[in-house]
Design a protein around this ligand. Structure first.
Ligand code: DQA
Length: 147
């Protein structure tokens, strides 16, 4: 089973960026831990600062046909990108939204996600563990669909 773990803008700065909010692990650390935790899965990792590249990646994995879903941390795009929302709507594979921080316990503008409605579900506030829970949630969806 192949899963795409997709990260949006500024997540390349994890480890250095506001460690009191996002922790001290780098994105590479998080990705490595994730791959080690799910040796039975094939995880592909992609991060971009560029909204268009994230959209292209979603369409690529959809068209490729071998991916069973996506775990996405869209960073700030979460809060305003209708283009990203439309791209998630446009694909058929399930997408699970994750956040390191609890976006519902932060500034007002972060409490609204424009992508949640088109995602299978949201996991927010568990630090790097949000990604692990996201992969687990996705596996649950895929297994249910193939029963
Ligand atoms: C984030 C939360 C967003 O509000 C923020 O813009 C990010 C990271 C998180 O993982 O907690 O870049 O998605």
């Amino acid at each position: 089973m192949t899963i795409l773990v997709l990260n949006g803008p500024n997540l390349s700065r994890l480890g250095k960026r506001e460690p009191e909010v996002y922790g001290r692990q780098t994105l590479d650390d998080i990705n490595r831990e994730l791959a080690n935790s799910f040796p039975e899965l094939s995880l592909e990792f992609f991060q971009s600062e560029d909204e268009g590249k994230l959209l292209e990646k979603l369409f690529q994995v959809e068209d490729q046909g071998s991916f069973c879903g996506v775990v996405i941390n869209a960073g700030a795009l979460t809060h305003y990108s209708i283009a990203l929302r439309d791209a998630i709507s446009a694909i058929t594979i399930p997408v699970v939204e994750v956040h390191l921080s609890n976006i519902y316990a932060r500034e007002e503008f972060r409490r609204k996600s424009v992508i949640s409605e088109v995602c299978a579900g949201v996991i927010s506030g568990f630090g790097a563990n949000s990604y692990h829970l996201g992969v687990r949630a996705l596996l649950g969806i895929v297994r249910k669909a193939t029963l």
